[in-house]
Design a protein around this ligand. Structure first.
Ligand SMILES: [Zn+2]
Length: 298
């Protein structure tokens, strides 16, 4: 490893930071050796966190001469890797300034944040640290290629990618829905209720599933029994189970696949055919003003 922080001085976004790192480390090993990376980039210590209620932390002076990363020892190893990458993101992002006490402290909820209100500076930093972590652990040029392999979106494929990149299945699913060409969404459920939903909404129509609400009894999760740890077959379902179908419109074909996990968790992958496979363009008979309206309404 040869990259140094001087090489990264001009990168102002998480994506640019990762691109600069990749430029300097063309032969980067997968899974990415995130701890060695952090040490190469002036992180002097990576230690268990002793403050309850937090998933990770970074101790660094305002000038960020060097830093120490803290992680929750009780968390699974793959989540700890994500935490270390997230804290390294705070350390490397020039606009991320530590608190007056010279630290960042991050909760589990922060590690899941994907969007923030413009005015919420702290949350914006969390979102950027997450983008850095996802990008450094699953570098876009490599992950995009790997995600594109395989004919249809498939949870078995997702599990293999999580193993290859040594990230949690949930972290892998966030990148998967982004890089797969087809519209794909992943629903994380627990005890039959929707916990989190990931989808690229430029491609996937908005899901009608709401957080904390029970998963529809007509969904594959509840229609059949599932074996823990074994992805189910991919099954076509009534699109109205998951998305709002406008009256009078032909609903798109929607596919479901379920992976039951430990402690009542389940992953549900929803996928649709790529738009160009549709027989007819539903906007064909609309004026351009109507089309625009439709998009704005989504
Ligand atoms: Zn953070």
């Amino acid at each position: 490893m040869t990259v140094s922080r001087i090489d990264l001085a001009d990168a102002a976004t998480p994506e640019k930071l990762v691109l600069e790192i990749l430029k300097n480390e063309p032969g980067l090993a997968i899974p990415v050796p995130i701890e060695a990376f952090a040490r190469q980039l002036d992180i002097v210590d990576i230690l268990p966190l002793e403050t309850d209620g937090y998933e990770g932390g970074l101790i660094t002076p305002v000038d960020k001469f060097n830093g120490s990363i803290l992680f929750n020892q009780a968390s699974p190893r793959r989540r700890r890797r994500f935490t270390i990458a997230h804290e390294l993101g705070h350390f490397l992002m020039p606009s991320h300034v530590p608190s007056a006490e010279g630290r960042f402290l991050c909760r589990l909820q922060d590690m899941l944040a994907l969007k923030a209100n413009e005015a919420d500076r702290r949350m914006k930093m969390e979102v950027e640290a997450n983008r850095f972590a996802a990008n450094i652990l699953m570098p876009a040029p490599l992950f995009r290629k790997d995600a594109a392999a395989g004919k249809d979106p498939d949870l078995s494929h997702l599990v293999k990618l999580a193993d290859k990149y040594d990230v949690s299945k949930e972290a892998a699913s966030r990148s998967y829905v982004r890089y797969r060409e087809e519209p794909v969404a992943v629903v994380i459920a627990r005890h039959g209720k929707v916990l989190r939903v990931y989808g690229d909404y430029a491609k996937f129509p908005g899901l009608s599933a709401e957080r904390a609400r029970p998963v529809s009894p007509y969904s594959l999760l509840r229609r059949r029994t599932h074996q823990e740890g074994v992805p189910s077959d991919i099954d076509e379902t009534d699109a109205g189970v998951w998305i709002d179908v406008q009256r009078g419109r032909k609903p798109p074909a929607l596919y479901e696949q379920v992976l039951l996990q430990r402690d009542g968790f389940a992953m549900i992958m929803l996928s649709m055919n790529p738009p160009d496979e549709d027989e007819e363009d539903p906007e064909d008979d609309l004026t351009s003003a109507q089309r625009l309206r439709r998009r704005v309404d989504r």
